[in-house]
Design a protein around this ligand. Structure first.
Ligand code: MN3
Length: 244
């Protein structure tokens, strides 16, 4: 066989191999994105590594891209037969879970609660946190006994969550703050309140870096809090305009 014809056969074989492989690649690429739907994963707003060393990049990548994305995917599937969960505001759906059909109530509670909790979580963190000031600092002094007591009490409440859940600072309709924990993906909107800020104490939020040392994670987390954003959330909550 001449060199030329041998090359020809090899090229043909390569082409054949590419033709066989190509559809699988197309399939893999098409399968990866979330199914289309009204719910979208909110952008993180900062790089995965921005909160290091307090929260490592891998934890952030998995937490945002896998855990939060799974709530979005589930919500888009739920919305196919229950479009109202996307048409109504998040506080309206979570505040009236009893209005939902029995068959989907728990799934909406978990997945829309999870979506709301994580959307808030990404917002209240950031690389340039600053310090609390203005009205939110005054409210912390008034309702939570000042910053030092507030952080001590919040960490203690987060440590007491048994299993999976969240520790929040809630805002009532009159602007009053309180430290409250919730199990699973429950959110203060389910009780007509709003989360000013909150920390995720599910193990996936800290296990890669802190393993069983949840108290260390709770302490370090304060270094990630974006107080500018928390101040904005407090103003929005008082104005009745905090939707997530
Ligand atoms: Mn989480």
């Amino acid at each position: 066989m001449s060199l030329l014809s041998r090359r020809h056969i090899m090229m043909a074989a390569t082409g054949l191999a590419a033709a066989v492989v190509a559809p699988r690649l197309v399939f893999a690429q098409a399968a990866a994105p979330a199914p289309a739907g009204p719910f979208k994963l909110p952008a993180l707003g900062y790089p995965f590594a921005a909160l290091e060393p307090h929260i490592d990049a891998k934890t952030m990548e998995l937490h945002h891209g896998r855990h939060h994305q799974s709530f979005i995917t589930n919500l888009n599937n739920l919305a196919k037969d229950n479009p109202k969960i996307a048409e109504m505001s998040v506080p309206d759906v979570l505040g009236k879970l009893n209005d939902l059909p029995d068959a989907v109530r728990t799934a909406v509670r978990n997945n829309l609660g999870g979506h709301a909790n994580h959307t808030m979580f990404w917002q209240v963190m950031g690389p340039n946190g600053g310090k609390p000031s203005g009205e939110v600092l005054a409210a912390i002094d008034r309702d939570l006994g000042g910053m030092e007591k507030f952080q001590t009490d919040f960490n203690a409440a987060g440590g007491r969550v048994f299993g999976s859940g969240w520790v929040f600072v809630t805002v009532a309709k009159d602007g009053k703050l309180a430290i409250e924990s919730r199990p699973n993906q429950d959110n203060p909107m389910m009780d007509g309140k709003r989360a000013l800020l909150g920390n995720d104490v599910w193990e996936h939020a800290y296990y890669l870096n802190y393993q069983n040392r949840r108290p260390d994670y709770l302490k370090a987390w304060w270094n990630t809090v974006n107080w500018t954003k928390v101040g904005e959330r407090y103003a929005a909550a008082k104005a009745g305009k905090l939707d997530v």
